[in-house]
Write a protein of this length. Structure first.
Ligand code: PMP
Length: 355
């Protein structure tokens, strides 16, 4: 820590992202990326956008892509905000809608960036403990002082809230913004996008990093009432009017235009998730009912950290969180069917040892 750091910076903790090994020879099941390539149409669009126009700034209002996303989700383009990955959209949302001195609520087991943003922007927060089975106690998110944010499906559990439960939280916080982080919604669960025209306090955030295989392009977006979107635009313009680069815009637009590929890939991942869940269950794991592109699992007789290290030795990366309440668990991203087969094969001898 440097004496030059602001108080806000001193309150933050170093973010420890999932490991990104340089070795391409690994089975990478640790950061919830999509194991399948982006749509061929998206790759082609990137190539076509790679021309002399790259000397020009990209369109600051990202109109074409906003129109594409608006049409896809049945809303007006003024209800769409696009940012450089949903992490950026989340950060801007914290700045735009939450205030110091008015604690916001989020679950105690959830996406690790929420407390980071809250600390960075001096926003007070209260963590609402999840139940022993990791489900969210919905009523405890009612009547917040400063707003609410949670992922649906939640991370790293993959558990979902029903649309009725989500709506009750939005209803019970009429004067605060409720943000639903739907990074994993395309793998299961009911999207709250269909509610945005009824509630001026609801903001839904999604990403192209997971279901559309574009983590490397960094595209995320928010859908909500036009006044919330205007708020986000003001924050964005105060930092950098051109958050999205030309290649990312081209790729994202083409990805949305390739519905068939999108449905194929998400269907495959859902299928592989269900197969893997069954296999892990047979091997003695407790498997949480995830609707995301990962499984959150625990083996009653095997130490999670040990298992994580033994898999890593075999070049299989999974996610271990050394955190209270979840240190017995591993989060396994869903890879291709072949990768999951290799993962299961690698597990078997380890589990034999403990028998
Ligand atoms: N929300 C949740 C719950 C996530 O797990 C992630 C990815 N780690 C993000 C948001 C951010 O995704 P991206 O910035 O790639 O859109």
């Amino acid at each position: 820590m440097s004496k030059f750091w602001s108080e806000r910076l001193q309150a933050t903790e170093p973010y420890i992202p999932g490991e990104q090994p340089n070795n391409t020879n690994v089975i990478k099941l640790n950061t919830n990326e999509n194991p399948y390539p982006p749509s061929p149409k998206a790759l082609k669009a990137i190539q076509e956008a790679t021309d002399e126009t790259l000397r020009l700034y990209p369109p600051p209002t990202v109109n074409e892509l906003r129109e594409t996303i608006a049409k896809y989700h049945g809303v007006h383009p003024d209800q769409v905000f696009i940012g450089n990955g949903s992490d950026e959209v989340l950060a801007f949302s914290f700045m735009a809608f939450f205030n110091p001195g008015e604690p916001i609520l989020f679950p105690d087991i959830t996406y690790s960036f929420y407390p980071v943003y809250a600390k960075l922007f001096n926003i007070d927060y209260k963590r609402v403990p999840v139940r022993s089975d990791f489900t969210l106690p919905v009523e405890e998110f009612f009547q917040s002082e400063g707003g609410v944010i949670f992922p649906n499906p939640n991370a790293p559990t993959g558990l979902t809230l029903s649309l009725i439960e989500v709506e009750s939280i939005v209803n019970q916080n009429p004067d605060q913004v409720v943000i639903i982080d739907e990074a994993y919604i395309d793998f299961g669960g009911q999207s709250a996008v269909q509610l945005v025209n009824q509630y001026e306090n609801l903001l839904v955030i999604q990403t192209l990093s997971k279901s559309r295989s574009l983590a490397g392009m960094r595209v995320g977006f928010a859908i909500g009432d036009h006044q919330l979107i205007e708020g986000l635009n003001r924050i964005k313009n105060s930092f950098n009017s051109y958050t999205l680069d030309r290649l990312a815009i081209a790729a994202a637009k083409a990805a949305f235009d390739d519905e068939e590929y999108f449905q194929d890939v998400r269907g495959q991942i859902i299928h592989t998730r269900e197969q893997t869940s069954k296999r892990l269950h047979t091997l003695g794991f407790e498997v949480i009912d995830s609707k995301a592109n990962f499984l959150f699992v625990r083996h009653p007789h095997v130490d999670a950290e040990d298992l994580y290290l033994q898999l890593k030795e075999q070049n299989i990366f999974v996610r271990y969180f050394n955190k209270p309440r979840i240190q017995e668990y591993l989060r396994i991203s869903i890879g291709t069917a072949d990768e999951m087969e290799q993962f299961i094969i690698a597990l078997e001898p380890v589990l034999q040892e403990v028998k």
